[in-house]
Design a protein around this ligand. Structure first.
Ligand code: SAH
Length: 395
């Protein structure tokens, strides 16, 4: 087994069960491992610390598969981890209201770099690290065995692949892809999903619970859904009895799907309208026109993938939150989210607080939002908690 020996004192994070080793912590690599191959991580004194996937191109030089010296990394290992992750989801009482969920959430399910979502009877997989890529054929076979399904579509087109020295890969991995776009069910609402071209693996499954919360808050309100994509929040607001819902996105394709989704759930829906445009500009325009709303959802794309971009991202978040506070009527609700890994929940709350301050409004936090539980966060891997949000009530 090739080995990777750490510099003195650099084993601390591993002893706390954090699964990453950064390049700066590595003293030397022995045995000439291929990208993604399994290596033993050793302390400076030579003691075994963990067994990991080697990634020579990435700053994250190794990602831990197991801390158990007696556990080999082989097909049985993946069968066990994948089986455990799937069994945990099967124990949740979601069916029959929901048939799309994350089955494997990478590091937090003990499978660094592997994301697998289930959309009805289809699987969509992302192999995002050299280690996951190394085992992809084994993993693909086991996924079909463990789920009893027949097809896997691969969406390894996330930017992070580049950091791992991997090129983008999209296409059928196993079986055939019967007709896409097709329809999934989320909390009894139907959504059209395009697995081949949709964002991420097709749909933002992580917002499921937060959308349901909006459903519970929307009754009788004029709602503005900013960054609506295919209408996840908009449809829930309509289902919750909103007086009106305006869905805004810069993508004409997303808006077309959003309208189609509304039509599919509530034919002849007259409470819904769409507007194409840049949210930053549209919110200013609405302010200048003195328009107002009772509930505003802000669910922008990732402004800061890592902490390096946090400052610029903070300006973006502050800008849209400040404008949203201004557009809210007294007693109005702001549902504001961030999926930036580089902005943690405490910083996000500070940004929203300073937006309220500059908008000259008082507000209370009614709830903290997080990613749905099929996107769990391993206790020792706080990076797994990327989605955060607040429900605020304007005084
Ligand atoms: N709320 C959605 C997910 C939002 S994803 C859901 O529940 O499914 C982010 C969306 O923001 C994408 O649809 C993207 O097209 C849109 N977007 C990105 N930048 C934008 C901008 N400046 N103005 C408007 N929309 C933008």
């Amino acid at each position: 087994m090739p080995t990777l020996t750490l510099k003195p004192g650099r084993e601390k994070s591993l002893l706390r069960r954090h699964p990453w080793i950064f390049s700066g912590a590595v003293a030397h690599v022995d045995g000439d491992p291929a990208p993604g191959a399994t290596v033993d991580l050793l302390a400076a004194g030579g003691q075994f610390l963990a067994r990991a996937a080697y990634s020579p191109s990435s700053q994250i030089r190794a990602r831990v598969w197991t801390f158990d010296p007696s556990e080999p990394v082989d097909a049985d290992f993946f069968r066990k981890r994948i089986g455990t992750a799937i069994a945990a989801r099967a124990a949740w009482p979601m069916a029959p209201a929901t048939n799309a969920l994350r089955l494997i959430h990478a590091e937090s399910d003990g499978l660094p770099g592997l994301v697998v979502d289930r959309y009805a009877d289809r699987l969509v997989a992302q192999f995002l690290s050299a280690g996951a890529e190394f085992w992809r054929e084994t993993i693909a076979d086991i996924l079909l065995e463990e789920t009893g399904l027949q097809s896997i579509y691969e969406r390894s087109d996330a930017d992070v692949r580049e950091l791992e020295g991997l090129s983008s890969k999209v296409g059928l991995l196993r079986g055939s892809l019967p007709q896409s776009p097709f329809t999934i069910l989320e909390n009894n609402l139907k959504f059209t999903v395009n697995l081949e071209t949709g964002h991420k693996t097709g749909f933002y499954l992580d917002q499921r619970e937060n959308r349901l919360r909006v459903r519970g808050l929307a009754e009788g309100r004029d709602v503005l859904d900013c960054f609506c994509y295919t209408g996840g929040f908009s449809l829930n607001a309509l289902a919750g009895g909103a007086k009106s819902v305006l869905s805004v996105d810069s993508s004409a394709d997303a808006l077309a799907l959003c309208s189609q989704n509304v039509a599919m759930n509530a034919p002849l829906e007259s409470r819904h309208s769409i507007q194409e445009g840049d949210v930053f500009q549209l919110l200013r325009k609405f302010r200048d026109e003195a328009r107002s709303f009772d509930l505003i959802v802000l669910d922008p794309p990732k402004f800061a993938p890592t902490a390096v971009q946090a400052e610029k991202a903070a300006r973006g978040y502050k800008d849209i939150n400040l404008l949203a506070f201004k557009l809210l009527r007294p007693g109005g609700l702001l549902v504001t989210c961030s999926c930036s890994g580089g902005v943690d929940a405490a910083l996000f709350q500070k940004i929203v607080a300073s937006a309220a301050l500059d908008a000259g409004v008082d507000a209370q936090i009614l709830a903290h939002l997080e990613q749905a539980p099929d996107h769990p966060v391993a206790l020792h891997f706080p990076e797994g908690a990327y989605l955060k949000g607040l429900v605020c009530r304007k005084a």
